[in-house]
Design a protein around this ligand. Structure first.
Ligand code: SF4
Ligand code: SF4
Ligand code: SF4
Length: 274
């Protein structure tokens, strides 16, 4: 399972590097950048990314939000700032469970309405691939100008938005982990609704767990509640850090739900009245 986490990190960095190259140089520059661009789900132009969307729909129903763990450049951008903070012992942040925020559904609805109404500016700011393009555009007037051309705006607006996006995403990641992914991103919310029903789940084995709390402290999505051994799989971004951190090997990425082996801990079924 630890190797799976290493593969995830390598894939995420490769996709981030090729996404930046695709945005800066165009997908024709290197064949690998076409893969990065073609793997994205673009909610505002589903027609253009229909094939990728169907593939990710099926993969999410199978494994949960692995798109958020590997392919999304905005997710990996956030992860870099989470890691940078964790690398400084004095600044290390201990995560703690937070309840899911309903605002994510309102943002998804608002996003869908804006996309239907043709309000391009909203999709240019909230969609992960467009966000990454904005961030890269902060350093490239050509990218910024072509990105905001459709909204009738120019390079200065694009670069200003790009700088703001980069700063907001970096600060949010350093302060609150993947809060943007669990409470704001419309694509993440849509994936989360499917992820809840995914076949593969991150699960705590209650027979092995000692309630040490280390997984909860590690979770960048603040979705592990060790006191009840519950994981909110709609917010879990499948980073697999908790699996690597658990000293008891009690967390697994697995297809089945756990049931306590100790009979006294099982719910007693009442079948007939006495
Ligand atoms: S939630 Fe959105 S921004 Fe975060 S990784 Fe997933 S798609 Fe990317
Ligand atoms: S790190 Fe492992 S043992 Fe500790 S609370 Fe989490 S699942 Fe239980
Ligand atoms: S539950 Fe585990 S895999 Fe999911 S986001 Fe939290 S640390 Fe990562």
């Amino acid at each position: 399972m630890k190797q799976l986490r290493t593969i995830r990190i390598i894939l995420a960095l490769l996709f981030l590097a090729s996404s930046v190259a695709a945005i800066l140089l165009g997908p024709a520059a290197y064949p690998v950048t076409r893969i990065a661009r073609g793997s994205q789900v673009l909610l505002c132009s589903l027609g253009a990314s229909a094939g990728a969307s169907v593939v990710w729909l099926l993969l999410t129903l199978m494994f949960g939000r692995i798109y958020c763990a590997t392919v999304c450049p905005a997710g990996t951008f956030s992860d870099i700032f989470i890691r940078l903070r964790q690398a400084v012992p004095r600044l290390r942040r201990k995560s703690a469970y937070t309840p899911a925020r309903r605002v994510r559904y309102h943002i998804l609805l608002l996003y869908a309405l804006c996309a239907l109404a043709g309000l391009t500016a909203v999709t240019l700011v909230l969609e992960p691939w467009n966000m990454m393009t904005d961030i890269v555009g902060a350093a490239s007037p050509i990218v910024a100008a072509s990105q905001w051309k459709a909204a009738g705006l120019g390079a200065v607006t694009g670069m200003t938005v790009g700088i703001l996006m980069a700063v907001i995403l970096a600060i949010l990641a350093a302060m609150r982990g993947r809060e943007f992914c669990t409470s704001v991103c419309p694509l993440g919310t849509a994936f989360g609704m499917l992820s809840e029903y995914a076949i593969y789940h991150i699960e705590i084995n209650p027979d092995k767990c000692t309630s040490c709390g280390q997984c909860e402290e590690e979770c960048r999505a603040s979705c592990i509640k060790t006191v009840s051994r519950h994981i909110d799989n709609s917010r879990c971004v499948r980073c697999l850090d908790c699996v690597a951190r658990c000293p008891e090997g009690a967390i697994r990425f697995q297809p089945n739900r756990n049931r306590p082996a100790t009979p006294l801990m099982r719910r007693v079924k009442t079948t007939s009245k006495t």
